[in-house]
Design a protein around this ligand. Structure first.
Ligand SMILES: Cc1ncc(COP(=O)(O)O)c(C=O)c1O
Length: 384
């Protein structure tokens, strides 16, 4: 497997300049994505809208690849501009009654907070669930759900701890109590296996610019048909309706499937990039990608611990992910982050910790060099 991923490294020219360990933030795009973008820009330059059919075909291919990755049907996928967009399609689509509530972990990225928080004015209550030692406990979620809970909104993988929530167990808890499970998928989709049908998720939204290795401004939204039928469309447009090609028909008949959410012109340029990124991921296989990422992050944790670092991220078999956060020693996280960057390592400082998030094209040597760079920073300080 290592060999296969070793070859893939060539597709990431960023490896010549940086040791890039920050896919939980914004990822570099691989070569095939850049080439596809260039090609489509050239087509637009040469043919304008005359090439539109071709671009639409590519978008449909991207939809099929996205469906394949998530174990869904293409008709259950809509393109969105970011994670927030998809989450808002649900938040603004549920027929809330005053006094209903949404259950949210206290440590969600704000993308999965404001769509719900903004509805407080309409009488929606937010019930926050605490994080405990980097974990979100099923018991805490279950206890928080009451008769008025309509939605549990949660990340597939939490953005600072890297804790992988057990979506299958969560959907069971939600459905037993009559609530929907809505997932912010961005920190897991493209890195970890997820079958939305097996996990029985109601809706999921994931921007393309992290683990999916696609351009910013792209994203995928999955919606279970049973939920789709109940959602009000918060932002319908001329392309949401059947027969939109007949401009003067003015019949408000929404597409029965997820296409209704693509209300008007799509980001066809971004989507041709998303297509190539999804093709690469599906070609490598999400099982193999997950194994590779976990192998690298396991190795990272082992090396960090050997060097006396305390790891914050839960690393049990079913809870680990591509994100590893650890506490710096003696120095502030920002100082460590800056020192690493000076040495060519791209990481993040989050909540007083260093966050490392390698993708499949990183390797063990990257981790060895990181450990070396961490101690280099310390020895410099001692020397001063
Ligand atoms: C868990 C999580 N959700 C969402 C986002 C981003 O949201 P959006 O795609 O809406 O910009 C991030 C990081 O940027 C994140 O870590």
């Amino acid at each position: 497997m290592a060999d296969r991923f070793g070859k893939i490294r060539k597709l990431f020219p960023i490896t010549r300049k940086y040791i890039y360990l920050n896919h939980a933030a914004v990822s570099p795009i691989p070569r095939p994505v850049a080439e596809a973008l260039r090609k489509q820009v050239a087509e637009q330059l040469a043919y304008g809208g005359r090439a539109e059919d071709l671009w639409e075909k590519r978008a449909e291919q991207a939809r099929r690849e996205a469906a394949k990755l998530l174990g869904a049907k293409p008709s259950e996928i809509a393109f969105v501009t970011n994670t927030t967009h998809g989450l808002n399609l649900v938040a603004r689509g549920v027929d809330w009654k005053r006094g209903d509530n949404v259950v949210l972990p206290r440590v969600e990225f704000p993308a999965n907070v404001y769509p719900w928080l903004s509805l407080q004015a309409k009488g929606l209550r937010i019930k926050f669930v605490p994080e405990r030692d980097g974990r979100i406990l099923l018991d805490d979620i279950e206890r928080a759900i009451d008769r008025r809970t309509r939605v549990v909104a949660i990340s597939f993988v939490e953005f600072t701890s890297g804790y992988r929530n057990d979506l299958t167990a969560l959907s069971k808890i939600c459905h037993d109590k009559g609530a929907y499970l809505v997932v912010d998928g961005i920190q897991g989709v493209g890195a970890l296996k997820l079958d939305v049908k097996k996990a029985a998720i109601d809706a999921l939204s994931a921007g393309g610019h992290k683990w999916l290795l696609a351009p910013q401004g792209t994203g995928i939204f999955y919606c279970r048909p049973g939920l789709l039928r109940k959602l009000e469309h918060p932002m319908p447009g001329w392309m949401s309706v059947v027969g939109w090609e007949n401009y003067y028909q003015f019949e408000y008949r929404l597409f029965k499937d997820c296409r209704r959410f693509e209300s008007a012109q799509k980001n066809l340029l971004g989507l041709c990039g998303l297509l190539e990124a999804l093709r690469l991921i599906n070609r490598l296989g999400i099982d193999a990608i997950e194994r590779r990422i976990l192998e690298i992050t396991d190795y990272l944790c082992e090396r960090l611990q050997t060097h006396g670092y305390r790891i914050f991220s839960p690393r049990g078999d079913r809870e680990k992910s591509g994100i590893v956060s650890f506490y710096p020693k003696r120095r502030k996280a920002e100082a460590v982050w800056a020192s690493l960057l000076k040495q060519g390592f791209v990481t993040s400082a989050r909540q007083g910790r260093i966050r490392i998030s390698p993708h499949f094209y990183n390797n063990f040597a990257d981790i060895d060099r990181l450990l070396h760079a961490l101690s280099w920073g310390r020895s410099q300080k001692r020397a001063r």
